[in-house]
Ligand binder design. Structure first.
Ligand code: CS2
Ligand code: MG
Length: 411
């Protein structure tokens, strides 16, 4: 269904909903009736993006040509004067993926065809195994291996610390909506207790599950560079696919210290919002995988730019795939994954629950740990506004972390 060069934007709708989690969805409608969808969710700060989109972005889009993706990207990036930042860039990202969706539908082609076509048959993923004990985690890993997953992230509660990252704290998964708590839940942290217990998890994993399975681990920015270097060395015998977010890297130079001490591959980037946040990490080859997500790093345009730059330095993409990214973001980055010559792996924790399936539909399928992308035009996703109305937004915060003496720490 070719529509020619001019595809005037007539409406920009911003919809907040909570089908199990909070999501911010952008729907851009054109005069031809073709519409595009984007995900602008910033976990725990949804009202900020929704207001920014409604009050500041939507009025600037009406009357523009939806085909002009690059110009609109630059207009919302350079044109606002206040460059970068997570709220601004999630809005740029949502608009950008909605415009790619429209362009694909107008061309009657899936977005990956517009990016240059497929580089692979399907998208390799890693799943999550978490548990309160090493045994729980490894039993879960075994189930996932039985389902065909060939790469698994392992997280286990740290003995003596309730609710440490990635496991059920207070019987409530950190992936679930925390709307029954008026303020952020607080979790304790001790680097010493963590460092004394983590190696055993991977030693046991190799003993029980052998060498073929790929193993990963997320430190969630809890360490200093030299502690991370020590951890990387400690885990070397267990051959991780990557160690994620060992250190928060506002100071990108921190990764030089880790890199100089260990051959454990390093990954970072889920909270980055532009190529500038990872420029030094990539060009100095201090990391192996860049984990920027389509929503948070400026959409398909932002992610493609990061992927191309990373390819020059042997860095592969491994986009963030947590459930607080909506299926629209997941689909958008799947189109990049299937195209990118330097794709590494996609994080995958399911396609959401039955309630979210009433609101979001998509043409992705998972078999044997691989995501298969359909050939629907555009992003291959849809959004049911009537179903979304039944699940109104509920305020919910991510947890915070404190050392045992009360000092606020990275969560
Ligand atoms: C995590 C995320 O998936 C990951 O690697 O770090 O689950 C993260 O904690 C959440 O997405 C925060 O919004
Ligand atoms: Mg992470």
């Amino acid at each position: 269904m070719r529509t020619g060069r001019n595809l005037v934007i007539t409406d920009v709708r911003v919809i907040l909903c909570s089908p199990g989690r909070n999501f911010v969805t952008v729907k851009i409608v054109t005069e031809s009736g073709i519409y595009g969808l984007g995900d602008a969710t910033v976990n725990g700060r949804e009202m900020a993006v929704a207001t920014y989109l409604r009050e500041h972005v939507a009025p600037c889009l009406i009357g523009r040509n939806a085909h002009d993706i690059e110009d609109i990207w630059q207009y919302l990036y350079k044109g606002v004067y206040w460059r970068r930042g997570p709220i601004n860039m999630a809005c740029v990202g949502a608009v950008d993926m909605a415009l790619w969706d429209i362009k694909g539908k107008a061309a009657d082609l899936p977005v990956y065809e517009l990016l240059g076509g497929r580089s692979r048959r399907a998208i390799g993923t890693y799943a999550h195994a978490t548990g309160n004990t090493i045994d729980d985690t490894l039993t879960r890993a075994e189930e996932l291996m039985g389902q065909g997953f060939q790469a698994i992230r392992l997280q286990t509660a740290v003995p003596g610390l309730d609710g440490s990252y990635g496991v059920l704290g207070d019987k409530k998964d950190y992936f679930e909506l925390q709307s029954d708590r008026p303020l952020p839940p607080e979790h304790p942290w001790s680097t010493r207790k963590y460092m004394n217990s983590i190696e055993e998890l991977f030693r046991e994993a190799r003993a029980r599950h052998g060498q073929d399975i790929q193993l990963l681990h997320d430190v969630h920015s809890r360490l200093t560079p030299i502690e991370a270097a020590k951890l990387g060395k400690m885990l070397e015998p267990h051959d991780l696919l990557f160690l994620e977010d060992a250190v928060a890297a506002e100071n990108q130079e921190s990764y030089r210290i880790i890199r100089e001490h260990t051959t454990t591959p390093l990954a970072i980037g889920e909270i980055y919002n532009t190529i500038w946040d990872c420029k030094e990490l990539i060009q100095n080859q201090w990391i192996d995988y860049i984990r920027t997500a389509a929503t948070h790093a400026g959409g398909i345009t932002g992610l493609r730019r990061i992927a191309d730059f990373a390819a020059l330095f042997h860095v592969r993409i491994a986009p963030h795939g947590a459930p607080d990214l909506s299926p629209i973001c997941f689909a958008a980055q799947s189109h990049v994954d299937i195209w990118a010559p330097n794709f590494g792996i996609q994080e995958f924790v399911g396609f959401g629950n039955a309630t979210s399936a009433e609101v979001f539909s998509h043409d992705l399928k998972i078999t044997d740990g691989m995501i298969h992308i359909g050939d629907s035009p555009g992003l291959g996703v849809d959004f049911n506004e009537t179903a979304a109305e039944k699940h109104p937004y509920k305020r919910s915060y991510l947890p915070v972390s404190r050392l045992e003496d009360g000092t606020l720490w990275s969560w």
